[in-house]
Design a protein. Structure first.
Length: 426
């Protein structure tokens, strides 16, 4: 039996726009000025990975999209156009395509349907309702799939479980590998071995029931979506992998800079899988070579620093060969408010223009009420809040809770205003 070449991609999030202040200029893209940078980044990444799949040798037999093709259940016309172009280009070349819905394109309103439904008209196998489906045998007999590829795919059974199917685990007990096939489980969710409650987009996901992946279930490959770390294998005992996203979507997926040892979000791309009957899968990477860098500068601890020392550290962060198209964040810890106010914000604004976007996040020291009266600072607000609670709340436990929450809100508001002034170079 011959090898099947399978490309596993997930979490494309077509239609994701990113920060509303990150807009393309005419110099960056004369054809698309005014568009969201991150939206175009994703569209370009989808185009590049489609080019790579079509050009691959030996030829790719099948592409699995493990959910979150779209970022929203009601995608924009541009997002629909991007997804249509991708699927049409693949199926026109005779490459089989299987798509399941993830949590992002799954609407809470059932009557609206799924945005992936129309892709069936382009020849894709789309599974997006409450039921799982096994794709095999006659499903590969589409006219556009050439005979040699069709013959290879006859070995394959894809057990497709869209996100909504995971809502009722009791309906999944019949999902088991079939004798005589190469069996691939395709789904979008969180294996129980992943302890984090939220992913990098701060979204909860369904847990994939253990009954699907228990030891007696001999899957040849498990194609997962939801987690954005490329080639993340949540259990060493299972051939289960997350493809990750083609682009880092936020600073929760950024890498440290200067670069050090390998980090989880260092590589973005698809998983290139070779499947042979009764043999372990061969796993490679089909990278998105031009993914936009999202970088964390090494943080600055300003606890014992004066203005000159902090400025020196900020300048040093920009002396590395930072890619000019990078999106960067810099944390400054334990920063005295008086030091922050006296920094040269015009020079900082000039330094930040060396990259496409730089966000500096100061964590300010809390100034005690015994500080100098010249410091009309956040200590004044803190004390006012404490006095208000002393006179309006007699329950000690409730007073303590309100005090903690109130002080946190005051600090968050102050840091927001400081960060805003830094962004504006004031």
């Amino acid at each position: 039996m011959s090898k099947i070449r399978l490309i596993h991609v997930a979490d494309l999030h077509i239609g994701f726009t990113g920060p509303s202040n990150l807009i393309l200029t005419e110099n960056e893209d004369p054809a698309q000025p005014g568009r969201y940078v991150r939206e175009v980044d994703i569209e370009n990444a989808v185009s590049r990975i489609t080019d790579a799949i079509i050009a691959a040798q030996p030829p790719v037999d099948i592409v699995l999209i493990a959910g979150d093709l779209f970022h929203k259940p009601a995608p924009s016309p541009r997002a629909i156009t991007c997804a249509t172009r991708m699927v049409h280009r693949l199926t026109r070349k005779g490459i089989a395509v299987v798509i399941i819905d993830g949590n992002h394109e799954t609407s809470n309103v059932l009557h609206t349907g799924s945005p992936t439904t129309f892709l069936r008209a382009l020849g894709a196998q789309v599974v997006n309702n409450i039921d799982a489906r096994i794709i095999r045998d006659s499903d590969w007999q589409q006219e556009m799939i050439e005979p040699a590829r069709r013959e290879r795919l006859r070995q394959l059974a894809v057990h497709a479980l869209p996100y909504r199917a995971l809502e009722n685990p009791a309906n999944l007990v019949h999902i088991t590998p079939l004798e005589g096939y190469i069996n691939v489980l395709l789904t979008h969710g969180r294996l129980a071995s992943i302890r984090e409650e939220l992913n990098s987009l701060h979204k909860k996901s369904h847990i994939i029931p253990n009954v699907l992946v228990a030891g007696h279930q001999q899957w040849d490959y498990i194609a997962l979506g939801d987690w954005h770390i490329h080639r993340f294998q949540p259990s060493e005992s299972l051939p289960a992998y997350y493809a990750g996203s083609l682009e880092a979507l936020n600073f929760g997926e950024a890498v440290n800079y200067p670069p050090g040892s390998r980090e989880p979000y260092e590589v973005h791309g698809a998983i290139d899988v070779y499947l042979t009957f009764k043999k372990p899968p061969e796993i490679k990477t089909l990278p998105n070579q031009q993914a936009r860098p999202l970088l964390h500068f090494k943080e600055i601890d300003a606890l014992q620093m004066d203005v000159d020392a902090v400025m020196k550290e900020i300048r040093a962060r920009f002396q590395e060969s930072v890619p000019p198209h990078a999106l960067v964040t810099l944390d400054i810890l334990n920063l005295h408010p008086d030091v922050w106010a006296k920094l040269d914000h015009k020079e900082i604004a000039h330094l930040k223009r060396r990259v496409r976007l730089c966000t500096i996040i100061p964590t300010l020291q809390r100034i005690s009420s015994s500080s100098s009266a010249e410091m009309m600072s956040e200590s004044t607000l803190d004390r006012q809040w404490e006095r208000f609670l002393e006179t309006h709340e007699t329950d000690i436990a409730r007073r303590a809770w309100c005090n903690e929450v109130g002080l946190k809100r005051i600090e968050e508001a102050q840091q927001f205003l400081f960060a805003k002034s830094a962004q504006e170079g004031e």
